[in-house]
Design a protein around this ligand. Structure first.
Ligand code: CA
Length: 383
């Protein structure tokens, strides 16, 4: 059987090896690369008996280095790489597939590995695969071992059914954001890209991926209209790969019709999260060391729940990171030195009209980000 594979520009796809009934596995390997880096999306199909966990191994021909991975635990020693299943995608019936991905660096050529093994059995031969990883013999436990609840595919956990916006990108059908979402690159466009990613997700199987590059003209956003206020509670999950830089970056932009259609921006500076008002460049918190210390970095390589409230009646803001209110990202209307003193230099009653998720860098600072499970309503959405 030959899988039907969509080949998009800039991508290479191969299926290796030619699947035979007795092969331990077949692998579909899709890369998306730029000058020194790449992402690989790997689909492995179990050609043998059912397994409850799996490890796919290969050897790179070149100097490829895996820098981070998703939906598998990937380890590398020299050119040898092993990708082990994670809890929810370990069980594979005969003929069933799992997908994982990783990001890496390389120089020269980025050849697709030609040989794979699945639970230690070569996928190119016709050997009988072993399954699954042997379970060590251990004495019976003195207390019962809890039976984990296993789902083969995590259900959507958006938790926002009554919200005005409740979108986990599961209904997206194309390679780029469509439907309620539109890609925009205000003023100029360059290397930044916005894509629908079906290998990384906070829930379900799909997310919005932003490849953000340094420099203003490499900005890119995927946006959707906001409901009428006057209070907006925005919640989204974000995963990113690179710590926030020292220079100013924006990850979320919201057009403010009460402020000359200039953006209210949420992003980072000096390594920590911040709000920025484009019309007067005020920041929340102030960028003094004491102000920055009251904000928080955005952890990398994990899903983070970001929530913020913007109140158009009094201009107050509150922000929660992974469920905890961040003092430096709170404007309560009473000037607090190092936090909102600068913000309150001007009366501000926002009227937000859109929500754009993406990346905008005003200096150095590049990042790859995934957004998922976006909720907007008039009350706090929770994580
Ligand atoms: Ca999703």
């Amino acid at each position: 059987m030959v899988a039907a594979v969509l080949v998009a520009a800039g991508m290479t796809v191969m299926q290796a090896p030619a699947a035979s009934a007795a092969a331990a596995c077949s692998v579909q390997w899709t890369t998306n690369q730029w000058s020194t880096g790449f992402t690989a999306e790997v689909q492995v199909t179990n050609g043998g008996a059912p397994v409850t966990s799996w490890t796919l191994s290969w050897t790179f021909a070149g100097d490829q280095r895996v820098t981070n991975a998703w939906n598998a635990t990937v380890t590398q020693s020299g050119k040898a790489v092993s990708a082990a299943s994670v809890g929810w995608n370990g069980s594979l019936a005969t003929g069933a597939s799992a997908r994982f991905g990783f990001q890496g660096t390389f120089s020269g050529a980025n050849a697709t590995p030609s040989e794979f093994s699945f639970n230690g059995v070569s996928c190119s031969g016709s050997g009988t695969p072993t399954s699954p990883t042997p379970t060590p013999t251990t004495p019976a436990p003195t207390t019962p071992t809890p039976t984990p609840t296993v789902t083969t595919s995590p259900p959507p956990q958006q938790g926002c059914a009554s919200a005005a916006i409740c979108d986990g990108f599961e209904t997206q059908t194309g390679a780029t954001p469509g439907g309620a979402w539109a890609v925009s690159t205000p003023d100029c466009s360059g290397a930044g890209t916005a894509a629908i990613d079906r290998t990384v997700a906070h829930s379900g199987s799909t997310s919005l991926r932003i490849n953000g590059a340094a420099g203003y003209c490499n900005h890119v956003f995927a946006g959707t209209p906001l409901p009428a206020g006057p209070v907006w509670h925005v919640r989204y999950w974000v995963r990113h790969t690179t710590a926030l830089p020292a220079s100013h970056v924006t990850t979320v932009a919201m057009r403010d019709s009460a402020d000359g259609n200039r953006d209210l921006r949420f992003g980072g500076q000096n390594g920590a999260l911040q709000f920025n008002r484009a019309s007067d460049d005020a920041t929340l918190p102030e960028q003094s060391p004491a102000g920055v210390a009251q904000s928080a970095p955005l952890p990398v390589n994990t899903w983070n729940c970001v929530e913020f409230k913007v109140d158009g009646r009094d201009g107050t803001i509150e922000t929660w990171l992974n469920g905890t209110s961040v003092p430096g990202l709170r404007n309560d209307g009473v000037p607090t030195h190092d936090v909102d003193g600068q913000w309150l230099n001007r009366t501000w009653r926002p009227a937000l009209t859109d929500l754009r998720l993406g990346w905008e860098s005003y200096g150095e600072g590049a990042d790859t980000l995934w957004y998922d499970d976006v909720a907007v309503s008039s009350q706090r959405n929770g994580c």
